[in-house]
Ligand binder design. Structure first.
Ligand SMILES: [Zn+2]
Ligand SMILES: [Zn+2]
Length: 336
């Protein structure tokens, strides 16, 4: 007797459960065995018995949770047997350093869990690989047609123009400490900006980790090491979004507040957060990337999670694609 198709994989409230191997993908709670797509806190949590992830994601998790116990490294493209006839292959997702889609194979059936992903080029991580599968489980953080991320070069030019026109101020850029900050720095370098970039202390360790993984970020210094407030005039300072308006920013000379986030597309959000220079820079697929990716991968079925599921579900139905929305909890990318 054969089991019903895909009965070995089950979306549950706190993650995707791989039943025969009793393993979970990005579980929101500690479990004996976890497969982790990438290092963002809503996907990678501490406390699992065993954690299978790419070497860079394991390094990020070790930095954040000070634990290396039970870590199993999976290189991109390497099929790892996780028991009970299930193999897992980690494929680049183009989201942040080390980020992966996870291809699960069992009984001739192929399921891909994307984790977070994007299709726009990013000098700090390997590009998303389109891979055939039967079920494609996609994120939908920006799953509304209104979300169209502009090319990053234009947003970087906006930032540099501001600096040119206001050499007496400094630009304080709020950016997620994992991924966004390093991408913004790498794109500034690619645009020919080689001045010192000043960092909030919370950014330092992750930037160093990126450099250890071969991503050159140029001359970075800590704001706390600046010889004077004046030394920061005419410079870019990068801090976590949470630090934009706290006491820490008082040490900056006439800062203008910028923020690099896909949500900056929504003017009300920028206003709410007191952002004067919104930069629409996201590490997630926008609406066009989501729909183009589903069309390219061309799965039998699309499962949608982690964001605005309804519009993407409707798009699949209008395009004669089988799809369902999952009800996973605990995944939030407020600042991304
Ligand atoms: Zn993420
Ligand atoms: Zn996420």
């Amino acid at each position: 007797m054969t089991a019903a198709p895909f009965s070995w994989i089950r979306p549950e409230r706190h993650g995707i459960h791989i039943l025969p191997a009793d393993a979970w993908v990005d579980p929101a709670r500690p479990v004996p065995r976890a497969l982790v797509t990438h290092g963002h806190a809503d996907h990678a949590r501490g406390g699992h018995g065993q954690t299978i992830a790419t070497p860079a994601t394991l390094a990020i998790m070790a930095l954040r949770y000070q634990t290396r116990a039970g870590a199993v490294a999976a290189e991109y493209g390497e099929a790892v047997s996780i028991g009970a006839g299930v193999t897992a292959t980690f494929l680049p997702a183009g989201h942040v350093l080390g980020s992966a889609q996870i291809l699960l194979e069992h009984a001739g059936e192929r399921v891909i869990i994307t984790g977070d992903y994007k299709r726009a080029p990013d000098p700090t991580c390997a590009p998303f690989e389109v891979t055939p599968c039967d079920i494609f489980i996609t994120e939908a953080t920006f799953g509304l047609p209104v979300f169209a991320h502009p090319p990053i070069q234009g947003e970087i030019a906006k930032l540099l123009n501001y600096l040119d026109n206001e050499p007496e101020s400094c630009v304080l850029v709020g950016a997620y400490a994992l991924g966004k900050a390093q991408r913004v720095i790498a794109e500034l370098r690619a645009s020919g900006h080689h001045d010192t970039i000043w960092l909030h202390g919370a950014m330092e360790a992750m930037c160093r980790l990126y450099e250890e993984h071969g991503v050159a970020l140029g001359d970075l210094r800590l704001v706390s090491d600046a010889p004077s407030k004046e030394a920061l005039r005419g410079h870019i300072v990068i801090a976590p979004p949470s630090a934009l308006h706290d006491r820490w920013s008082r040490r900056l000379p006439d800062p203008v507040t910028a923020m690099a986030s896909g949500w900056m597309r929504v003017r009300a959000r920028a206003r709410q957060r007191g952002v004067e220079l919104p930069l629409v820079i996201s590490d997630h697929a926008d609406w066009n990337e989501l729909t183009a990716t589903i069309a390219e991968v061309n799965p039998q079925e699309t499962w949608i999670t982690h964001g605005r599921e309804e519009a993407l579900l409707r798009w699949c139905q209008l395009n004669q694609r089988r799809a369902r929305a999952l009800a996973l909890v605990g995944y939030e990318d407020e600042d991304d």
